[in-house]
Design a protein around this ligand. Structure first.
Ligand code: ADP
Length: 447
């Protein structure tokens, strides 16, 4: 029972006109502000039924969850929004709180810094302190950072031997060519490069919508080269102990140096290489400085045979210092696949499945704005359906065009439209250097 007369009146009004969205939203927000969390949750849920995609209502619901320590539920409410790069910064901070609640420090730090770099007004000093203060549970305030640092090296990344090559990447001829020239030729034909006084080196920054195949391309580049592959995710680097993230980063470079030739791949690199001017924490600036120093190498040969690739959905957040020669001096746009690339991706994804007649072009035509990851989802689901049917029939039933079409027509592509809209905001009037030339035709709607 609410003991607030104003809220009681609001609730009564909402009961009388249940379809009045502004009213219900106002009631939910008031409940949240006044700390009636379970009631707020119920009201936000009801409002969400009226406006299922409303970001403010979803954020309100997520906040109600976070404040009740229902972290998983909060993340589920936020997830559909977080997938597209331009999500409201308030949601990033809520996600950070939920992730921290679940003990996922690395992602929490990433979400938080990403959010406040776009909108400083959502900063939450209390949360920021929990994300940066060295809090060692069993070690009281220690004199030197090293004493508060767990001794173990980063756990995640390992050295892989990639079995995929460029033959496993459908379409994307321009991207493959750029990687070939930058990474493969200097290693395969060092004499030629030496003759022109050019050294192998410098990294490539791939950018584009999520799921378009950046990780897949990096792995394929390693396979193409016969090089080792080290796939570095944020959780391999970001650590709450002061100085630890820098140490983790160095350990990743050292791992690659010990395994040359090696492709060292950084996913979500915007979190490690963000513009220093946006940062309030000296701590995060140190990580960026460390990253630059590792890319430069202590001496000329330090990174010989180490090919650094990085991927981001948000290249505009990256500090320009990373784009200097010898660092990520090449920017490569990994575009959403066009119809013929989609047909090629589908063909690849289906190549070892039992198939009846299959018109990949027809499926490609109905999957406008689908990226590789979306197409993989369609094929995976069609395979599940076919498997069920085969089990019931007691014999294998091959997949046909209709199976893929049926799933594709009921699937929404993830984030390409939203991504292009966000990209447009960032780059349309900021292309003096020509850095975004490859992207321009897409955001001007000519592709
Ligand atoms: P990103 O790193 O850009 O978010 P991923 O590389 O993780 O995207 O792509 C997701 C999945 O989609 C890959 O594992 C791969 O199976 C599939 N995929 C994407 N692009 C292609 C492509 N051009 N050819 C074949 N498969 C692709």
């Amino acid at each position: 029972m609410l003991d607030d007369a104003g809220l009681q009146a609001l609730r009564e009004a909402a009961r009388l006109s249940p379809d009045n969205l502004p009213l219900r939203r106002h009631l939910a927000e008031q409940l949240l502000t006044k700390g009636y969390l379970a009631d707020a949750e119920a009201e936000f849920r009801a409002a969400l039924l009226l406006a299922p995609k409303d970001p403010d209502i979803s954020a309100g619901l997520a906040e109600a969850f976070v404040r009740q320590s229902a972290h998983g539920a909060a993340l589920s409410a936020l997830e559909p929004f977080l997938a597209s790069p331009g999500y409201p910064p308030r949601m990033g901070v809520l996600a950070a709180r939920a992730l921290l609640g679940e003990g996922d420090f690395g992602r929490a730090a990433y979400r938080y810094h990403e959010a406040i770099s776009r909108d400083a007004s959502v900063a939450d000093p209390e949360l920021a302190a929990r994300l940066t203060t060295p809090v060692a549970p069993s070690v009281p305030a220690a004199p030197a950072p090293s004493a508060t640092t767990p001794a173990d090296a980063p756990s995640g990344a390992e050295v892989e031997r990639s079995k995929v090559t460029f033959a496993d990447v459908a379409g994307m001829e321009a991207v493959k060519e750029a990687l070939r020239v930058k990474l493969l030729l200097p290693l395969q034909q060092p004499e030629l490069f030496a003759a022109y006084g050019k050294r192998a080196g410098g990294g490539v920054l791939m950018y584009g919508p999520p799921g378009a195949g950046k990780t897949h391309l990096a792995r394929a580049a390693a396979g193409e080269l016969g090089a080792a592959f080290v796939n570095v995710g944020l959780s391999d680097i970001l650590d709450m102990y002061v100085g630890s993230s820098e140490r983790n980063l160095r350990a990743m470079f050292d791992l690659a140096r010990r395994n040359r030739p090696c492709v060292l791949f950084f996913d979500e690199v915007d979190a490690l290489a963000a513009r220093r001017s946006d940062m309030r924490q000296a701590h995060t600036r140190q990580l960026v400085n460390q990253f630059l120093a590792e890319l430069d190498g202590v001496d000329q040969d330090a990174n010989e045979g180490v090919l650094v690739l990085a991927a981001t959905n948000a290249p505009w957040y990256i500090d320009v210092a990373f784009r200097r020669p010898g660092r990520f001096d090449q920017l490569v746009f990994v575009p959403p696949p066009d119809a013929s690339a989609r047909a090629a991706i589908l063909r690849l994804l289906c190549r070892d499945k039992p198939l009846a007649e299959m018109d990949f072009d027809a499926v490609a035509r109905v999957t406008d704005h689908f990226v590789g990851a979306d197409l993989k989802g369609v094929v995976d689901r069609a395979v599940e359906v076919k498997l069920q049917q085969s089990i019931s029939a007691g014999r294998p039933i091959p997949m046909n065009t209709h199976d893929l079409l049926a799933i594709a027509q009921n699937t929404r592509p993830t984030a390409v439209r939203e991504w292009l809209a966000t990209a447009r905001n960032y780059v349309l009037h900021a292309n003096e250097s020509g850095a975004w030339d490859e992207l321009m035709p897409w955001i001007k709607g000519k592709r």
